[in-house]
Design a protein around this ligand. Structure first.
Ligand code: UT7
Length: 352
């Protein structure tokens, strides 16, 4: 089994009785549903780093504008041989190693991405094969930047239903391949990378694990942030388009409501939150959420400065960093939230 947590991406250990009320922890049937333990986390960032200055050299933008409006200083971008699958394999391998779990124990691979390698097979299955997993099932999930929260929630539902014991949830994105590199209003915002967590069925009633998750979508707002093509619409170039100002407005109000929803569902208040691990789209949105929760800045995990927005990968990448550097420890209450194209949004509360 994995060691005590801090420093190696592992989060296993003893558990005790559940104290707080929780929607998602409720049993789906007459049997006591297992808890959903987060037992390992991993990440992968491509080695190539591109600074704001490099972008400013070939685009009508500046390091000052990007920093001030977004908090971004640099981003990692894939090399020619790298894809959502290859990065997902690397992140998944790191998460399994941290959890001390063999590939053969994984029952399900759920991979959130907007940039799959192929329409099918699912990139999740490329990751499954790449990790040497020869059993169970897997699929891709499309919820844009909220993909990791949706994946976490979906995997947890399989675990609570008794259908899956061990799940690998991956967010892997190569946004550099769907950006319009002439559009300064979007191309400076995103980066590539992958993050992964291992979830495992634990003792029913444990006070640790995923306490609840809360998912939302509103297709009426689909034209605020979208990719304008896909294999089913080859007449469109397939690049990302965004009305940034409008998305920003939705993000602040919807994420605010979503974190309140998560805390209320568990009978918890702002003071109970140890760490906010937000989707990393814009430092101004992250700061607004930290302020709303009255969290000191050092309790908010920020990677947007170095990773930019890696969409579905951003939360597991941030979690990976903070678990491995020893900030997030076993027993800490972690609140995650994200909003993305769809619009989709949601939150999750995990007792590590
Ligand atoms: O992850 C999915 C969710 N996504 C988000 O949450 C993103 C939400 N939106 C945002 O983060 C912000 O709206 C942006 C960072 C995208 C934009 O910041 P903003 O403060 O809302 O700027 P803006 O779009 O209102 O643009 C202000 C000005 C405009 O010029 P004018 O019209 O005032 O003359 C833009 O043309 O900034 C200009 N601008 C730029 N200037 C230099 C836009 N992009 C750039 C750029 N460099 N890269």
């Amino acid at each position: 089994m994995a060691s005590d947590g801090a420093g190696d991406g592992a989060m296993s250990g003893a558990s005790s009785r559940l104290a707080a009320a929780s929607t998602a922890a409720a049993s789906p049937g007459p049997w006591p549903a297992p808890s959903v333990q987060l037992v390992g986390v991993g990440g992968y960032l491509p080695p190539r780093v591109v600074t704001n200055h490099e972008l400013a050299a070939r685009l009508d933008t500046s390091d000052a504008w990007i920093r001030e409006r977004t908090g971004i200083v640099q981003r990692h971008l894939v090399g020619p041989g790298e894809t959502a699958a290859s990065m997902g394999i690397a992140a998944g391998r790191a998460a399994l190693e941290a959890a001390g779990i063999e590939a053969g124990e994984v029952d399900a691979v759920i991979l959130a991405t907007s940039t799959p390698d192929q329409a099918f097979p699912a990139t999740a299955l490329r990751v499954q094969a790449g990790l040497g997993i020869e059993r169970g099932f897997g699929f891709d999930l499309s919820a844009a930047c909220s993909g990791f929260i949706f994946g976490l929630s979906t995997a947890a539902a399989f675990i609570r239903a008794g259908q899956v014991r061990t799940a690998l949830v991956v967010g892997s994105e190569v946004y550099s391949r769907i950006l319009d590199w002439q559009d300064r209003s979007t191309c400076v915002l995103f980066g590539d990378g992958a993050g992964a967590v291992v979830l495992r069925a634990g003792e029913a009633g444990s006070e640790r694990g995923l306490l609840s998750s809360h998912l939302h979508a509103d297709g009426r707002t689909g034209d605020l942030l979208f990719i304008d093509g896909a294999v089913g619409r080859p007449d469109q170039p397939g690049v990302l388009r965004m009305n940034g100002r409008e998305v920003f407005r939705h993000a602040v109000t919807k994420l605010s409501a979503s974190v309140d929803e998560a805390l209320a569902a568990n009978g918890l208040g702002h003071a109970d939150v140890d760490w906010l691990v937000p989707h990393q789209a814009n430092k101004r949105i992250i700061d607004a959420m930290g302020k709303k929760l009255a969290l000191p800045p050092e309790r908010v995990i920020v990677t947007v400065d170095r990773h930019a927005n890696t969409s579905a990968a951003s939360i597991p990448l941030a979690l990976n960093e903070a678990v491995r550097d020893g900030r997030i420890r076993r027993g800490d209450l972690v609140l995650m939230e994200a909003l993305g194209g769809g619009l989709t949004w949601g939150s999750a509360l995990v007792r590590m």
